[in-house]
Write a protein that binds this ligand. Sequence first.
Ligand code: URA
Length: 246
Amino acid sequence: MDEGERLQKTLARAGFGSRRSCEILITEGRVTIDGRVAELGNRVKTDENIICVDGTLAPTAQSTVYYLLNKPDGVVTTASDPQGRATVLDLVESPVRVFPVGRLDMNTEGLLILTNDGRLAHLLTHPSSGIAKEYLARVEGDPSPAAIRRLREGVELDDGMTSPAQVSRVSEGLLRIVIHEGRNRQVRRMCTAVGHDVTRLVRTRIGPLQDATLTPGSSRQLSLGEVRKLMEAVGMTDEIASTMPS
Ligand code: URA
């Protein structure tokens, strides 16, 4: 019978240091298997067990991994750039190959999810998901209440009317815009359509995910709780159940 492999070996392969230092993580009680604190000598099956270190899902080879990046200005959202520019993948240290969920323009900053979970990525980017994406847009001039109302109600773009959006004026020339679609350069085009070109654009929320402490250029793994909230938001109910400790 397949007993699985020693936990410290799995953790070492997932990037938590040598087997010896992974044994220390285990003895310190920082590792859980399916929600229970692991002990030295435990064996795991990476396709069955949920392994967490300090409450964060460990990127074991067969498991799915989820990262949140604060994308800085000037970095392209692509897996590889023929022109050799810096890509978002250069900013995420993952032991397994991940890809960005949707895209931010090269000059847009802010939150971007990277994962190897194709199903979640597909559902998050599918137009029917209606996931809220919140942006802070610095624009030229100071939009009037009428311009803000147009942004809220929908503006005509060359690929059709935009759906209703939540738009509020934070301060002079600064708008908070929440959209539920994901068309190419949508926020920039919406603002231009009402006469206010965007000079800086930052994504501050993706559905339930926010993190004002993540500095530009840095990334972190999503916690199990955050992954569950995302799955909930796109209706991945079976998958949520499989992340629950038994
Ligand atoms: N809207 C834009 O205009 N650009 C982005 O990068 C994201 C949303």
